[in-house]
Design a protein around this ligand. Structure first.
Ligand code: ADP
Length: 534
């Protein structure tokens, strides 16, 4: 092979920040905070304070490769850690505060973290877990001193640091972020992103096939920064010079609407539950969605009714995305193609509103049957979904063995179909699939229909033991607050839309529990209702 003769500058996260500070120094960043007024600065300000973070880490004795944990919401201070910590060569472990105390302790100890930086709302949590954290040397509260009750204040510590840092050049394969999966089965598992994977993923996220980000966008990430880096938006937005709006922990509809209207948000993203509440708010108040043009939704299946209502009533396009912590998380995004457009508007809407997304460069997909044989991309054959590519994990943190098969494919645990135009549809998670009389029933498909029934806030379907059919679907419905719903109303709504043998055997009105990553907690539902048909 003849070696190429181009520069081989490593892909480093610090280069994104250096670029933004030079190219878009005055582009604004707006941040809500815990018990403090809204804060505003710009990319130049972010670069200066990220440099102070890097200096602070060095002053605390943090070395390249050391782990630093954040327990923090979507704020400008968390953004400063996102750049300052990996920029100086350490690894930011973004702990998920919605895990149980035991799991949070487990992840911080497993990461062997040296420093913990936390938002004021987690002071009680930190006091509880602190005695069990074995590797910690420093604990810092992300607040000004007057809000710190005597604990070390981030603002005080930053004030003492220089606002310039000579970002070191090192291997692009060095670790940058450590994100743990939610551990609904077994202990949480650590996924260690590299600088290279984060930068490539951020480049891909901005493409028109994916989020289509421009410098004119005003981006408000409503997926948590601690959950798989909020789909890489903290990098894609900065790389492209978009204005950034950070909602802290205030994901209720009224708070989001204030930012969407007040700050001119054009692009946002989050799990479906946030947008269910937001749409309900718009429907009740008659308000519009301001300048909002695109909302990326994923983490769980997007109900068709949600995508349709956003588009037809509010002129907002929904980009469904599928991905997982192990894929950084961008896998597929639902955007049209010329081949799809040629089939007409109805077909475009049908596909865009019901598919998880289409093949993106940088992440290969394959579906296989039980023997591992590849299945055709005919939109009908469903099988285990395998992925491969430069931002897919190779092995879990501190695992001895690779997580891949011999050909380098990672089994996602999802069941999917892929159609001839390259659109992928998740039919279920392997462990949630319902097996009835030897046939499969897709819980996601039934949930999707039920979610469109007026008055339904969340619909969940689980397979429950049945003496004759092995398993049968049970539907759990949580109505919108103050809504009276009857069983007949819901079942009559379902009947024309799903085949008869998929009709749930039982309908239960009850709150639907969610996991630490905002997904329907099916394990808990099976524990609660597993015997109702027995
Ligand atoms: P967790 O830690 O809860 O597993 P992840 O975000 O890594 O959190 O979860 C990834 C899983 O979420 C995927 O394997 C898939 O089952 C589900 N998921 C993500 N996006 C979608 C989507 N758009 N539709 C259906 N399921 C999705």
């Amino acid at each position: 092979m003849l070696p190429g003769l181009m520069q081989s500058a490593p892909l480093q996260i610090s280069s994104i920040l250096r670029h933004a500070a030079l190219a878009f120094p005055t582009r604004e960043i707006v941040s809500r905070l815990v018990d403090e007024p809204v804060f505003r600065y710009d990319y130049r300000g972010l670069a200066r304070r990220a440099a102070k973070v890097a200096n602070l880490m060095a002053a605390l004795g943090v070395e390249a490769g050391d782990r630093v944990t954040s327990l923090a919401w979507n704020t400008h201070r968390h953004m400063e850690l996102f750049y300052g910590v990996p920029g100086m060569g350490a690894v930011l472990h973004t702990a998920n505060p919605r895990l149980s105390d035991d799991q949070i302790i487990y992840t911080i100890n497993h990461a062997e973290s040296r420093v913990l930086l936390f938002d004021r709302s987690f002071a009680g949590l930190v006091a509880r877990i602190r005695p069990h954290l074995t590797s910690l040397r420093h604990v810092i509260q992300l607040s000004p001193p007057e809000l710190c009750d005597g604990l070390d204040s981030y603002e005080t510590l930053l004030a003492a640091q220089e606002d310039a840092f000579d970002w070191p050049v090192f291997s692009e394969n060095a670790g940058s972020f450590l994100c743990y999966t939610s551990g609904t089965t077994g202990d949480p598992k650590g996924v260690l992103y590299s600088h290279r994977s984060v930068v490539l993923h951020a480049l891909a996220g901005g493409l028109s096939s994916a989020f289509g980000i421009s410098a004119f966008d005003v981006i408000m990430p409503c997926s948590s920064l601690y959950h798989a880096t909020a789909w890489g938006l903290p990098f894609t937005a900065v790389m492209n010079g978009a204005k950034l709006v950070l909602p802290c922990d205030r994901m209720d509809a009224v708070s989001l609407q204030q930012l969407i209207q007040g700050e001119g948000v054009t692009f946002s993203g989050g799990v479906p539950t946030i947008w269910t509440m937001y749409l309900d708010h718009l429907n009740r108040t008659g308000e519009g969605a301001g300048a909002l043009k695109r909302v990326v939704i994923g983490g769980s299946a997007v109900p068709r009714a949600m995508a349709e209502s956003f588009q037809t009533t509010y002129g907002v396009s929904v980009l469904q995305i599928w991905g997982m912590t192990e894929t950084s998380p961008l896998g597929v995004v639902a955007t049209p193609t010329p081949a799809l457009a040629a089939l007409g508007e109805d077909e475009v809407n049908e596909v865009i509103w019901t598919r998880q997304g289409r093949l993106q460069f940088g992440i290969e997909l394959k579906i296989v049957d039980e023997t591992g044989a590849p299945l055709p991309h005919d939109g009908e054959s469903s099988g285990a979904l395998l992925v491969r590519g430069p931002w897919t994990l190779e092995r879990y943190y501190r695992a001895e063995r690779t997580a891949l098969d011999a050909d380098g494919w990672f089994d996602t645990g999802d069941i999917a179909t892929i159609d001839p135009l390259g659109f992928m549809r998740i039919t279920d998670r392997k462990k949630d699939v319902i097996k009835s009389g030897g046939e499969w029933i897709s819980s996601i498909d039934i949930e999707n229909v039920a979610a469109a029934c007026p008055g339904v806030k969340v619909a969940a379907v689980v397979g429950v033991f049945h003496p004759k059919w092995e398993e049968r679907p049970v539907l759990i419905v949580e109505p919108h607050d103050g809504t009276e719903l009857t069983e007949t109303e819901v079942l009559d709504f379902l009947a024309p839309h799903i085949v008869k043998w998929w009709m749930p055997d039982r309908l239960i009105f009850a709150p639907v529990p969610l996991t630490a990553t905002g997904k329907i907690d099916k394990k808990r539902l099976r524990d609660l209702y597993g015997t109702v048909l027995g």
